[in-house]
Design a protein around this ligand. Structure first.
Ligand SMILES: CC(C)(COP(=O)(O)OP(=O)(O)OC[C@H]1O[C@@H](n2cnc3c(N)ncnc32)[C@H](O)[C@@H]1OP(=O)(O)O)[C@@H](O)C(=O)NCCC(=O)NCCS
Length: 151
């Protein structure tokens, strides 16, 4: 059944993000592969979007620069996923805005991500730009580095 109620976004723990990471981002893989480096760093925040009485989407931000860069204003967006039954209802956008607000509040100047090729139109719609060539993450698929200049 598809969900129609608006989502409420709030901070969650890294542990709470694991089930949606596993279903949407690492299907068929063990839960251990859904624990990401820096998940428990002090600056890291995990957000959950709640709709229809369940958590329907997740996203995390990490105070990390992309490979080869070192600016303190860079934050990484990672682990963005919305349950299939809840997609295309603005939940991804709500999560993205919560992440953006968190990063801007802390003085961040850019948000970057390794975007799955299938998700590039979603990020582009919100102002992210592709900054590099396509690359493959083994067992996950093709990606592009994208970034959103803030604020
Ligand atoms: C990418 C994702 C998080 C978007 O979440 P969402 O809640 O569906 O996004 P929203 O409803 O806020 O935004 C929808 C808009 O984004 C774009 N978009 C989203 N998914 C898209 C897709 N598969 N193809 C093309 N455009 C897409 C469209 O512009 C769409 O607007 P429209 O429905 O009016 O056409 C979700 O599709 C998802 O979890 N995908 C699987 C996991 C994944 O790829 N995560 C990203 C890892 S980098």
């Amino acid at each position: 059944m598809r969900m129609t109620s608006p989502a409420t976004v709030r901070i969650i723990t890294a542990q709470e993000a694991i089930p949606i990471r596993q279903v949407m981002l690492r299907p068929g893989r063990p839960a251990g592969e859904c624990v990401f480096a820096h998940d428990n760093d002090p600056d890291t925040r995990h957000f959950g979007a709640f709709a229809g009485g369940i958590m329907a989407g997740i996203a995390s931000v990490y105070h990390l620069a992309p490979p080869g860069a070192s600016d303190a204003g860079a934050w990484q967006l990672r682990g963005m996923a919305v349950l299939e039954t809840a997609q295309r209802r603005g939940i991804g956008a709500a999560l993205l805005l919560a992440c953006r607000a968190h990063v801007v509040e802390r003085g961040g100047t850019r948000l970057w991500c390794n975007a799955r090729t299938g998700a590039v139109p979603f990020y582009a719609k919100h102002g992210f730009e592709v900054t590099g060539k396509e690359f493959i993450i083994p067992d996950v698929g093709s990606h592009h580095v994208m970034q959103w200049q803030l604020p």
